[in-house]
Design a protein around this ligand. Sequence first.
Ligand code: NAI
Length: 328
Amino acid sequence: AKAPLRVAITGAAGQIGYSLLFRIANGDMLGKDQPVILQLLEVADEKPQKALKGVMMELEDCAFPLLAGVSAHSDPMTAFKDADVALLVGSRPRGPGMERKDLLEANAQIFTVQGKALDAVASRNVKVLVVGNPANTNAYIAMKSAPSLPRKNFTAMLRLDHNRAVSQIAIKLGKPVASIDKMFVWGNHSTTMYPDYRFATADGVSVRDAIHDEDWNNDVFLPTVGKRGAAIIEARGLSSAASAANAAVNHVRDWLLGTNGKWTTMGIPADGSYGIHEDIIFGFPVTTENGEYKVVEGLDMDTFSKEHIDLSLKELIEERESIKHLLS
Ligand code: NAI
């Protein structure tokens, strides 16, 4: 039997955690033959720690055959010990009257501390996915705070945007989701992200040709995907949680187990591809194999796409500049 992998999850008693832990313990993320140990981090306050105990009781009650251990933590230095995968979900939500800048700064504190803890105690090849918003900049801060770990191991989640885009195309064409490939999302996980359907195929046929309606992209598709988070909040009274957890499971699963040539989206450190040389975490089209991702190169640009990508890039640079003074 395989040795268990250690998965650290922050914000484990939160909404997303409540879906995520059970999916991972069920083998959805690492495979049905891979035992897993969950190392759960929550803030030290009594209420979340108590809620975490409740979630752990439910994990026990599921009697998951792959679940080889669960522990509760309030200190990232113990939660991240020897972690093979770290899912950084917990973050500071925007409070009443809080400016974007305050939000960035409050989160910068959290992700500096957590990045340093990963640097100190996690597996030297820990794969990190940041879900907590602002996800790209939080991932950037964690990466900068963990200089002894490979930069490429720090990623941010754009997979929910990706999955939303794939589903909208499948619905539009009346085709199964599994028939769609070569769809991806550029940029920041924010309203500036840009789902690029120009290369997408359904059963190998160009989606753009099949839809044959250039207005649909701008008038329907982009706003539907872009405003989906707000639409969920409006309908449910709570933000996306099960779908966010599912996207995290998809992101890590694809990263570790490969996409078999299929394209997906990951927020990754920009490496100069598509002229993006800035030190930022940006959504790119990737394929994955043997635990490594690779940017899909050589895609054409057009003015419309370039404008959208630049907007997201500009936003990320601003976010980076506004927290720069907090990085030592
Ligand atoms: P939630 O508020 O239900 O749960 C967050 C949990 O994190 C809380 O239990 C809180 O106590 C904990 N937490 C806060 N700071 C922490 C810290 N320093 N260490 C450990 N735990 C900490 O929120 P929910 O709905 O689970 O969402 C979590 C985050 O994910 C939010 O920032 C949300 O904006 C983000 N998100 C990102 C998405 C993406 O596509 N990248 C999609 C959906 C949500």
